[in-house]
Design a protein around this ligand. Structure first.
Ligand code: IPD
Ligand code: CA
Ligand code: CA
Length: 268
């Protein structure tokens, strides 16, 4: 049971919050300066800021918990047999960052036996620190947060994102997007999955979906939604785990209506 391994909860959450703030501050300082941009794929970028933030986070966590496994997007990972696994996206919203669009964050989660038990997501430009602990609620800075009360998909504001292979494989992402456009009040595509999830958790968005995501995009944000009273599944309403590429997160009230839209889309 992961809970029994959470003997050092205060130290873990303190580490996650401190390092999220420090790396966020670093991203903020570099933001706006001329940056080195490298291509991982045709449109998938990495900047020098991703790498510097990752180095800071990985070094700090490794120094404090040398036996823990660390999985981080840009691959400065340390693997081992420990049941404790830190799952890190040092910069979620890299495309925004590289273009000077002020919407990005740091995302850090700790999983025990692959079950996320705490998460922090930090938006440095707005000084918004989202954090959650399994069974203990979700917070934005000092304040507890909860999902929205919207009960009709028709009146909901949704968020989504598109995978990096959208140029070569636009379907089914485009047809899902079209369906939700006609069933909701509106859709935002802001470019950071971790922030999209946190904005579901604090009630700005009523729902979020995306395919082809990685554990570092979703591990912290999904816990945030669950701890804020929302629901997280895949597109077929099966319970979500960070290793799953599809995520559907909502306030719970509109979840069934969103699942029905996926069914409608699959049926053509
Ligand atoms: C991306 C962002 C984006 C989502 C992409 C992710 P990155 O992460 O979360 O919103 O649509 O699928 O890969 O590359 O900025 O860390
Ligand atoms: Ca990401
Ligand atoms: Ca990233």
């Amino acid at each position: 049971m992961p809970g029994s391994l959470l003997t050092d909860t205060e130290s873990f959450i303190e580490t996650a919050i401190t390092v999220a703030r420090e790396s966020g501050q670093l991203l903020k300082e570099i933001f706006g300066r001329k940056r080195e941009v490298y291509f991982k794929g045709e449109i998938d970028l990495v900047t020098d800021a991703d790498l510097r933030a990752e180095e800071l986070i990985v070094k700090t966590i490794h120094a404090r918990y040398p036996e823990h496994t660390i999985v981080s997007e840009e691959k400065r990972s340390r693997t081992g047999l420990s049941p404790y696994k830190w799952i890190i996206d040092p910069l979620d919203g890299t495309t925004n960052y590289a273009h000077g669009f002020p919407w990005f964050c740091v995302s850090i989660a700790l999983a025990i036996h692959d079950e996320p038990v705490l998460g922090t997501v930090y938006h440095p430009l707005l000084n918004q620190l989202f954090w959650a602990r399994k069974g203990a609620g979700a917070y934005l800075n000092e304040e507890p947060i909860c999902v929205s009360a919207t009960s009709k998909l028709r009146y909901s504001l949704l968020a989504t994102g598109f995978p990096y292979n959208i140029h070569t494989e636009p379907e089914p992402a485009v047809s899902r997007f079209k369906k939700f456009l006609t069933h909701s009040r509106g859709i935002r595509r802001a470019g950071s999955a971790a922030l999209d999830l946190c904005y579901v958790a604090c009630g700005c968005f009523d729902g979020f979906w995306e395919a082809n995501l990685k554990p570092w995009d979703t591990a912290a944000g999904a816990l945030m939604v669950q701890e804020a009273g929302g629901l997280v599944t895949d597109f077929q309403d099966r319970p979500f785990a960070p290793a799953m590429p599809e995520i559907l997160a909502s306030n719970g009230h509109i979840h069934g209506q969103m699942v029905a839209v996926f069914q409608e889309e699959r049926a053509g």
